[in-house]
Design a protein around this ligand. Structure first.
Ligand SMILES: *Cc1c(COP(=O)(O)O)cnc(C)c1O
Length: 390
């Protein structure tokens, strides 16, 4: 049985392990603490939900070396976007053959660097990039990324990546002419995809390209499902098994008799639920004598790792060191002098009425796209530190 995304007992245990670490080591706040057993548990759940699919962890979601090392030891492959991410994976135990350079936007010298380090799998979506891969990574395998219409996703990828399916087919033909191995088709159905059928349309488009090229005699074999598997925040998505069933059914429906090799590139779903950000209340204030709403300013904000609060897209569950007493509505904001550094003013959050400066506010399920998004020193605040517990 595959566990649901939000297995409350396990998450409770993880939070308890993290709090023991925080109580004992008392690191400076704000900081992110990652519970490594939860990372292993989530990775295993995804593998069980999609047993014949190769899992490539998207490193950008959380590049903590301990996370990469654990996943390499568990047999994960890696989706990287830059030379630094390649170096990180190789240093932490990944084999070069387990790395996909999945960023279609790359410099020729970065392709050459990847090739020099043994990487042989690239994702592309343009003629210039296919030609650059052929020149600087000769003989490598290439996947062509198609643009997809994304529904059901909290973070659609828009039009920045991918090309029309007929262009992808032409570029796979070109790749073969240039001596590359035309491996197959990739896409990304949008991050935090709350609809298990959200991959269906893209799988249909990919199947059409793959089957057409195979009919022409090109040995195209592979479907890369990209990222998008969700995590449980305030809102809880369906369990991984439901995603596995919907995706497997879509592949069978659209590919028919041909069984493609399949890869998936989860980022968020592997690490989000393993992380807790401990922050400290800097100030609690009211804007007028009549306002019921208080403003709670934390020492972590939009630039310190909470980029995904933009548009209030991701709503982290919160717990405070004063939980238990009466609560009232709040606006929650970060510590910088930037007017956009407001985390939640529409999402309804109630925090304890006696909350004051120096109290802790913990943001749960904050392991993905937090530390990796924090700015180096906007307004003089240091980047979000990461600690890992075992
Ligand atoms: C960011 C990214 C992912 C991971 O997406 P999640 O929604 O976090 O799973 C996967 N593949 C590619 C190409 C990406 O850019």
């Amino acid at each position: 049985m595959t566990k649901s995304f939000a297995d409350d007992n396990r998450l409770h245990e993880a939070t308890a392990r993290i709090r023991r670490f925080l109580d004992h080591d008392r690191p400076d706040t704000p900081c992110l603490v990652i519970d490594l057993p939860t990372v292993r548990d989530r990775f295993t759940a995804i593998r069980e939900a999609l047993p014949r699919v190769a899992v490539f962890y998207a490193v950008k979601a959380n590049p903590a070396p301990e996370v990469v090392e654990l996943l390499a030891a568990e047999g994960s492959c890696f989706d990287v976007a830059s030379p630094a991410e390649i170096d990180l994976c190789l240093a932490r135990g990944a084999a070069p053959g387990a790395i996909s350079y999945s960023n279609p936007i790359k410099k020729a010298r970065d392709i050459a660097y990847a090739f020099g380090r043994g990487v042989r799998l690239f994702v592309s979506d343009s003629e210039q990039d296919v030609r650059a891969v052929a020149e600087h990574a000769p003989g490598s395998s290439v996947l062509l990324r198609i643009v997809v219409e994304s529904r059901g996703s909290t973070y659609p990828f828009g039009k920045k990546f991918g090309c029309a399916p007929e262009m992808a087919a032409d570029l796979l033909r070109l790749a073969a002419e240039l001596g590359l191995a035309p491996l197959g088709v990739a896409f990304h159905a949008g991050s935090q995809q709350l609809d298990p059928t959200g991959w269906d349309g893209a799988i249909a488009d990919a199947a059409e390209v793959v089957l057409k090229l195979r009919a022409e005699g090109l040995p195209v074999t592979t479907l890369n499902l990209g990222g998008g598997l969700p995590a449980a925040y305030l809102e809880r998505p369906p369990a991984p098994a439901e995603y596995g069933a919907a995706i497997t059914a879509a592949i069978e429906r659209h590919f028919g008799d041909f069984t493609p090799r399949v890869m998936i590139e989860p980022g968020r779903a592997v690490v989000a639920e393993s992380g807790l950000i401990r922050s400290e209340v800097v100030l609690v204030a009211k804007k007028s004598y009549t306002d019921e709403q208080r403003w709670v300013f934390l020492d972590v904000g939009r630039y310190g790792g909470l980029a995904e609060t933009e548009g209030e897209a991701i709503a982290y569950p919160l717990e405070t060191s004063r939980d238990g007493g009466p609560t009232g509505p709040v606006v929650i904001a970060g510590p910088t002098c930037d007017a956009d550094d407001v985390l939640y003013q529409h999402t309804v959050y109630e925090l304890p009425l006696d909350l004051r400066a120096g109290d802790f506010v913990d943001l749960l399920r904050a392991g993905a796209y937090t530390a990796s998004y924090s700015s180096v020193a906007f307004n003089g605040f240091p980047p979000l530190a990461t600690h890992c517990v075992r």
